[in-house]
Ligand binder design. Sequence first.
Ligand code: 26Q
Length: 824
Amino acid sequence: AWKKYSAKEFTTPDEFEQAVVKHIETTLARSLFNCDEAAAYSGTALAFRDRLVIEWNRTQQQQTLADQKRVYYLSLEFLMGRALDNAMLNVGMKDVARKGLSELGFRMEDIVSQERDAALGNGGLGRLAACFLDSLATLNYPAWGYALRYKYGIFRQEIIDGYQVEVPDYWLDFNPWEFPRHDVTVDVQFYGNVRKYMDESGKQVSVWENGEIVTAVAYDAPVPGYGTRTTNNLRLWSSKASHGEFDFTKFNSGEYEASVADQQRAETISAVLYPNDSLERGKELRLKQQYFWCAASLYDIVRRFKKSKKAWKDFPNQVAIQLNDTHPTLAIPELQRILIDQEGLEWDEAWSIVQSTFGYTNHTVLPEALEKWSVPLIQHLLPRHLQIIYDINLNFLQYVERNFPKERDMLSRVSIIEESNPKMVRMAYLALIGSHKVNGVAELHSDLIKTTIFKDFVKIYGPDKFTNVTNGITPRRWLHQANPRLSELIASKLGSYDYLRDLTLLHKIEAYVDDKEFRKAFQDIKYANKARLAAYTLEVQGIKVNPKALFDIQVKRIHEYKRQQLNIFGVIHRYLELKAMSPKDRNKVQPRVSFFGGKAAPGYWMAKTVIHLINQVSKVINADKEIGDLLKVVFLEDYNVSKAEIIIPASDISEHISTAGTEASGTSNMKFVLNGGLVIGTCDGANIEITREVGEDNIFLFGNLSEDVEDLRHQHFYGDFKLDPMLQKVFDTIKSGMFGDAGQFSALVNSIVEHGDYYLVSDDFKSYIDTQKLIDEAYKDQEAWLTKTITSVSRMGFFSSDRCIDEYAEMIWNVEPLTPPKQN
Ligand code: 26Q
């Protein structure tokens, strides 16, 4: 019999060093004589990987034997960031490694920062999926993530002459965290035709045939939980030609080039993450990605279920599949297809299994962001699925007709098929109809989907199909890792790090809000974090900022609805006011640094214009000797997860200023407050629940309310539009050419002045400026400010993604945790 392998685990710095050296010399076949930081990173990662893998295998085996319901989180995006720091935290040997590395002559921070981000996502939705994986493992839920193994993650952003330039992000050079499973493959079909025939029993059978086959290869990555042995799996699919390297028939007949071309076409499917770009919508390759990933994942899930030899009606008791937005909606017709075409179930039985299996999370109410695919494209790429979608729609519309016979015009409104030219498949409707629960991601957002985009469906299915799960963030990465000193301070008062597993325990630090020593320590930490960001800003942007100034930060994807333009117009207004002051008055002004960061989708011109304006304004203001440290403007290039870990702990105030009703939740708002920063924000998304938790006195809210937005937009078009006079001055300044050729910014200015100011920048401008003044005043009273921040941190327990995952488990998935055995 085989002996069970037991990794010789390091427990001392010495043993750790041995493990590192072993990996450098044998796994990497490198000499120790030129061991640089990259090699030290590799050795360290591999040493920790060894320890993860043992628990990973154990967890998978336990989950297989336990035979209980599992969660499958289908997301085209997982914005994981770096893995080593997280692995060290969860394995619990970071201090040992720190000592060992130091004996080898390295600083931990330098080694950790050698790792490239796994940037397989655009922004909030992708990072949410990553936080969820962390919480699922930490809470011992048997859960898998499924996504694509993009060769290129989200592009890297460079700023050249003030303009964004996109650079490809090839991240797979050295990735110790993934394990290729060349034996786990799925053949996925595209194109072809559907043949119908009667079988012996007289039953109609459909066969999808003559298609083109692409093979999906599984790559797995371990997802360790914090303070538990549970290590879940993230499975990424990579595409390759179905015949392997070459089609030998083609190769032998001299069509060498054709055979290589086939191979490249197949590999293109998983080549690149799509940026969230309206110009890229509707591209065939994106639809191919979606189906490729859904088909491979479902095949894998079904294969696992079939091993249990259970009856099909048990499928929803074994499997919960969560759809992260509409991107995986094709999983619905795909499961229906598997059940009726391949497993021979009747339509109704299959459909009830499908509906019980899926849950759908919506992340937007913006109509232009709702996914639609043209019927001809689906017909061409997935002919059988189109038939099934039509049958789903027919059944659904018949149901609606029976139950609402008097509301004939509702039928066209709720139809999955939009009767446009060409016809379009409305993916959100298909996702909703094929799921048993639909959730929004913050209270306001969940209310809004019921009264706007899904209004008719509330009538059809009743309100219980709809629910809210307010987003959350993992305190492991967003407090402990990003802000180790604050984490340590909190632990010193609470007596342990238990609060990292139960964030509601944070409320106990409110008792220290008047404790002199605690306050001093808290303030020192904030200052050190600001100094760290200042050093970073000098190093990479070449801009010197004073850490004593008020740090005002807005970092997120650049989008008109998020209103970075409101922020930069506010900065220009501030500059004009400073310039108009006497030197004596200027001396009383609160110095401020306005930080911006975020990527614009490559084809989103207005967003790119906003970036350009920020950089032009930054150039002018930062060079103004008269203004000096009173105002600095910084655009932080290439905002990503690992940069967020430096930026977020350094804020005094952060901006979450979307037009009310447009930001589904926001999650960085939670991260900033948890790290001792305050928020200026609109009554939108999770800002509202943050206010409920921290108290109105501890947040700076401004602007029009969501219920007034429609009327205001109407007035802009049919009343006369009156531009805010302060904003008028800002526009006059831009037009004067102060920030370079004004023509470059005319589209941005005109979107407000001429084209109806859809995002209400002018309506909210005064309220925004007034609130910024309040902030300047409040910041002058440093003691009162500190009290606000400490109080806020202590009240943020609700926003842990652990709470969020428990709500999904209870209300949507009906799954239980699987506790690992005590260490043997
Ligand atoms: C769609 C079609 C083609 C190509 C790309 C896309 C695409 C990609 C990404 C569409 C949307 C996204 C990402 C959306 C997103 O990040 N939404 C955010 O989700 C967060 C988590 O729930 C919320 O906090 C934010 O409010 C929401 O904007």
